[in-house]
Ligand binder design. Structure first.
Ligand code: VGL
Ligand code: ZN
Length: 246
């Protein structure tokens, strides 16, 4: 035998390593070595939470700087093959509105059948301009819009489960059926709908990233710090948009 078989063997090894590396990239962004930027792959989905007129300045429940995430989210979304959007979508007289509970003011709480509910100004009422997606949000390839909070007696911060913790929006099943196993979250508000969605994504066993600078919080009574603490404990990964190769 000459040295040729050995060379051929080495070449095969190199080719195998290249294929393995390519597969790792395709399989999951998390498979990339630490320090390297994450590249969204075909099993990854960006979930854009509640980028609606109600949550930006001028809306009924404005989140400070809520409008500032829009150009960033547009850019990030262009780097994801799969994008899902959510819309807070309440009935008039919704149980989460302070106005529904005589004498209560926004940001006070009330005890409902499923637990303590923070009360909000009337917001995101179905079919109103206030509930529409912000018009500067440009994600034409988004594959699904999930509406939530449309049952008069139950709020739903999370994109996965309503506030009773049982009623599902269908998003978990949708992601499972589509083979989307790793979620990246952006949008409004960090300490409510983004955090609750992230925590439920973890409950469903999904690998979960929150892109901090692509979110803004409401921060009522220290809710922002509390939300990050809960998310970190649950294994949610806190990243910045600069950690993504998009
Ligand atoms: C939200 C409060 C009430 C949110 C929705 O999108 O974070 N917050 N409804
Ligand atoms: Zn709401």
């Amino acid at each position: 035998m000459t040295t040729l078989p050995r060379r051929a063997f080495l070449l095969t090894l190199t080719a195998a390593a290249t294929v393995a590396a390519a597969l790792a990239t395709v399989r999951s962004a998390a498979a990339q070595p630490a320090g390297k930027k994450l590249t969204p792959g075909p099993r990854d989905v960006l979930i854009v939470i509640d980028v609606q007129n109600c949550f930006v300045p001028g809306g009924t429940l404005p989140v400070k700087e809520g409008d500032q995430v829009v150009p960033l989210i547009n850019r990030l979304a262009a780097g994801f093959q799969h994008v899902v959007l959510t819309q807070d979508w309440h009935t008039p007289g919704h149980a989460s509105f302070a106005s529904t509970h005589g004498g209560k003011k926004p940001f006070e709480t009330v005890d409902l059948a499923y637990g303590t509910q923070v009360l909000w100004p009337d917001h995101c009422v179905q079919g109103t301009a206030d509930a529409e997606l912000v018009k500067e949000l440009k994600i034409p390839h988004a594959e699904l819009i999930i509406r939530k909070g449309y049952r008069k007696q139950i709020d739903s911060y999370s994109a996965f489960f309503e506030a009773d913790g049982k009623t599902t929006t269908g998003l978990g099943g949708y992601l499972r059926d589509r083979g989307l196993r790793q979620v990246f979250l952006a949008g409004l508000a960090t300490d409510f709908c983004v955090a609750w969605s992230a925590l439920d994504a973890r409950k469903l066993g999904l690998s979960t990233y929150v892109i901090e600078d692509a979110c803004r919080g409401i921060d009522v009574d220290g809710s922002l710090a509390k939300a990050w603490e809960k998310m970190t404990k649950a294994g949610v990964k806190r990243i910045q948009s600069t950690n993504l190769a998009v």
